[in-house]
Design a protein around this ligand. Structure first.
Ligand code: ATP
Ligand code: MG
Length: 159
């Protein structure tokens, strides 16, 4: 379905604002363009929510989360950057694996199952998109995804 991604991001941030406030984390939304894309609305919302939830959850007091939206003629781009604790280099390769959590002791205090990022990657891939992560321990993490504006479920063979 055609989804207004700007509005979708606004709704997600609005829903997470009370949680961010509890952790004294500032939520910032930067939309460079108006984006309408053919996506599965519920699944895409879940994929983005997981990223923003993590960015809040693994942040520091007085930290920030910046969500940016951009697009060109083919793709839209969402970045979720945070000023949080970061992810150690040796964990980056496993971050999208099911049930993987960095430092079990550390992440036991903040609840979770380790499924969020596996779900997010799955949703991105079913939209024929890609997702990447960059992180500096002690400085923060940025997840960047690129999704085609048109959601091709199955490539039809042409005569
Ligand atoms: P769930 O999402 O199922 O509630 P979770 O948040 O632990 O649990 P994922 O979202 O899959 O699981 O994340 C996996 C692990 O990656 C987390 O436990 C955390 O250690 C690390 N992680 C994810 N996002 C960030 C981030 N923005 N900053 C620092 N660490 C992160
Ligand atoms: Mg999570």
């Amino acid at each position: 379905a055609q989804v207004n991604i700007n509005r979708q991001l606004e709704m997600i941030l609005k829903r997470l604002r009370p949680i961010a406030k509890r952790g004294n984390v500032e939520l910032i939304l930067e939309s460079m363009r108006e984006v309408t894309a053919d996506v599965d609305e519920v699944k895409m919302s879940l994929a983005i929510t997981n990223l923003v939830e993590n960015a809040i959850k693994y942040n520091v007091d007085s930290g920030w989360v910046r969500v940016t939206l951009d697009a060109d003629h083919k793709y839209f781009y969402i970045k979720v950057a945070d000023s949080g604790i970061g992810i150690p280099e040796d964990a980056l390769d496993h971050i999208f694996d099911r049930f993987f959590r960095v430092d079990k002791a550390r992440s036991r205090e903040v609840g979770g199952t380790g499924l969020g990022l596996a779900i997010t990657k799955n949703v991105v891939q079913m939209h024929r998109g890609v997702i990447d992560v960059e992180s500096v321990p002690g400085e923060g993490t940025t997840f960047a995804m690129r999704i085609p504006l048109t959601y091709i479920v199955r490539q039809e063979a042409r005569p």
